[in-house]
Design a protein around this ligand. Structure first.
Ligand code: 13P
Length: 250
């Protein structure tokens, strides 16, 4: 079945009013061929509602995280209910920066994913190995360990996109080769067949993240099991438009 190509821009902890205004005018002014891939940008929480109100209507917005439970006495957190109320359709969960810097375990990521989906958000679920894990031959085991609690928690995957982001490729300029990325995407697809269902495996979009640029996106995007990208640094630049343009036409 055809999976619609998906391009996410994770702005991380970046942006000023001026830089975002400039970026919005680049994105909104871009002349893009139809049919468009699905395009979703993730500004910081404080910029989210403003970006949503200014962004072209054929792109959507995502939060970069959400709380594990509903609204209440959780200082500093943002619940899926609040995001839903603001009309935010997507959330990124399990990014390696949160797993590492905020000690989010795979079980916490699974519980957050379930809660966000239950409240009607769609989830970009990130998985990926460190360089140490790759060099120890543990890439597949690491990804399986990250997916397992999610598979245990979810009853439906229709609103999930899985982002494979090898930690060693994030923000390093060291992009996975199309063969390296394809190998792990194929593994994830077979893992989903065996542990969830052939239908989920066939329909779930698997996107790649880690030093994606306008120079490498076309080649990566032509790999069989790569259904899109989660772009960090290059999503803050006009490069992002070129990455969108490089998406394979459906
Ligand atoms: O972490 C990423 C997207 O979530 C990738 O970041 P870079 O594209 O900057 O390597």
């Amino acid at each position: 079945m055809a999976r619609r190509f998906f391009i996410g821009g994770n702005w991380k902890c970046n942006g000023t009013l001026k830089s975002i205004e400039d970026l919005l005018s680049t994105l909104n002014g871009a002349d893009l061929a139809k049919p468009l891939p699905e395009v979703v940008v993730a500004p910081t929480y404080v910029h989210l509602a403003w970006v949503k109100s200014k962004l072209r209507e054929d792109f959507a917005v995502a939060a970069q995280n959400s709380w594990i439970k509903g609204s209440g006495a959780y200082t500093g957190e943002i619940s899926p209910e609040i995001l839903k109320d603001l009309g935010i359709p997507w959330v990124i969960l399990g990014h390696s920066e949160r797993r590492t810097l905020c000690s989010e375990s795979s079980q916490v990521v699974a519980d957050k994913t379930k809660y966000a989906l239950d409240k009607g958000l769609a989830v970009i679920l990130c998985v990926g190995e460190t360089l140490e894990q790759r060099e120890a031959g543990k890439t597949f085991d690491t990804v399986a360990e990250q997916l397992k609690p999610v598979a245990g928690a979810l009853s439906s995957w229709t609103a999930v996109v899985v982002a494979y982001e090898p930690v060693w490729a994030i923000g390093t300029g060291k992009v996975a080769t199309p063969e390296q990325a394809q190998e792990v995407h194929a593994y994830i697809r077979s893992w989903l067949t065996d542990n969830v269902s052939p239908e989920v495996s066939d329909t779930t979009r698997l996107i790649y993240g880690g030093s994606v640029t306008a120079k490498n996106s076309a080649e990566l995007g032509s790999a069989k099991d790569i259904d899109g990208f989660l772009v960090g640094g290059a999503s803050l630049k006009p490069d992002f438009v070129e990455i969108i343009k490089s998406a394979p036409q459906a």
